[in-house]
Design a protein around this ligand. Structure first.
Ligand code: 7XF
Length: 394
């Protein structure tokens, strides 16, 4: 398989499989649920793992496998597994790695449904969970117990963009034989590659930047071949959160422009964050591209850009925050991120509504916090829309 030292080239060519007799430039979509055996013995051999070849698309599909090969190259891991959603990837990883009696160390700041899974479903199954500040290595060391099997985090964290030091986290876990899982959704492999810092499993909601066009819900896990194969043959196979071949094709198409899109998201993000920071109606902006953000010092070390997501608070209260969001004309009121369109949402009542009020406070998500996922429009137009909506609240 051909591979370049440059990620932009790999996003276009890396992992591309043989295209068969017709030689299409675009990857064929193997829109099939099942695969035909020549005879009973061949089917039996494939099920027994004694012969190659496909069996059934929940177990593996050539279009989905091409996306997996491409993502493994981009994240610098041996292998990857694709899922029907980001949450499908989270649950397949967690249930493959943890059983009753095991302990998970994670963050008190996570995407809302990941938090709900860890806070409600895992304890109900007898899995212990500690929620700590993963950006504080001492807090992580203190939380570890003899039965700790996994450390799970996001960086930057949805929605306040808190950044944790991946080298520090991987170092603590490695010396204790604990598996680390990092959700890299907000950066994409263009801006951050956690495996290069010693992280074991790298996770994406491929719904976001990887696909990039707001038309797919999908997930990916990248990591060592042995662990990825284990997940494919246990929790993915038996719980069934697989990606459809057509969705895999759309994500492959998205990957071809990922580097250009991330560059533009980052440029627009910086312009918009600097505009908001200077605006007299704005109290605080959370964006790692601003020098007063605690994550700024990790730019260059583990992140090559700050990306397109930021959160901010207005000086005025909840009613004005709502009026501001409702006053936007071009930016779309919607959850999700990483799309061509700038999207704006209210975390406390939307993406993080799975949190209790005291949990929201601990995670730094106030009732007035607004999250903005900057799109690919001309930055002037995004700023102009924010400007007119801010003017509208007086
Ligand atoms: O299952 P999904 O593809 O929606 O991915 C879940 C997920 C996993 N990790 C992170 C960091 C995420 O942000 C998400 C989904 N987040 C959307 C958002 O924050 O807008 C979900 C909308 S409710």
């Amino acid at each position: 398989m051909w591979e370049s030292k440059n990620i932009e080239t790999n996003a276009i060519h890396g992992g591309k499989q043989s295209q068969g007799e017709h030689g299409p430039l675009s990857t064929p979509i193997y829109q099939t649920s099942t695969f035909v055996f020549d005879d009973v013995q061949q089917g039996a051999d494939r099920f027994a793992g004694e012969a190659g070849g496909h069996i059934y698309s929940r177990l593996g599909n050539p279009t989905v496998e091409e996306l997996e090969n491409r993502m493994a190259i981009l994240e610098g891991t041996e292998a990857a597994a694709a899922f029907g959603s980001g949450m499908g990837a989270v649950s397949a990883a967690i249930f493959a790695l943890l059983k009753s009696g095991d302990h998970l160390v994670t963050s008190h700041r996570l995407y809302g449904c990941t938090y709900a899974l860890f806070n409600h479903q895992l304890p109900a199954l007898g899995i212990e969970v500690s929620f700590v500040d993963l950006a504080d290595p001492q807090a992580v060391r203190e939380a570890i117990k003899p039965n700790t099997k996994v450390i799970y985090g996001e960086t930057p964290i949805n929605p306040c963009m808190t950044v944790m030091d991946l080298d520090a986290l991987a170092g603590i876990a490695r010396e204790r034989g604990i598996v680390t899982v990092i959700d890299n959704t907000f950066m994409s492999p263009i801006l951050q590659r956690p495996a290069e810092h010693g992280i074991d499993l790298v996770l994406h909601s491929a719904t976001k930047y990887l696909n990039g066009h707001g038309d797919v819900v999908a997930g990916i896990l990248c990591g060592p071949a042995e662990l990825i194969d284990q997940i494919k043959m246990t929790t993915r196979k038996d719980m069934g959160a697989v990606m459809s071949p057509h969705d895999a094709w759309l994500v492959i198409r998205g990957l071809k422009t990922l580097h250009l899109r991330m560059q533009r998201h980052g440029e627009n993000g910086q312009v918009v964050a600097e505009y908001l920071e200077k605006h007299p109606a704005v109290e605080k902006v959370y964006y790692p591209g601003l020098p007063d953000h605690p994550g700024y010092k990790l730019l260059g070390k583990q992140m090559s850009g700050a990306g397109g997501v930021m959160a901010f608070e207005l000086k005025q209260g909840f009613e004005q925050a709502v009026a501001f969001i409702n006053g936007l004309q071009m930016c779309k009121r919607a959850v999700s991120l990483g799309d061509a369109e700038t999207l704006i949402q209210h975390p406390a009542s939307m993406t993080h509504s799975t949190y209790e009020p005291e949990e929201l406070a601990a995670a730094g998500i106030s009732r007035t916090l607004i999250r903005l996922a900057v799109g690919l429009e001309n930055a002037e137009d995004i700023v102009a829309d924010l400007e007119q909506a801010l003017a509208g609240i007086g």
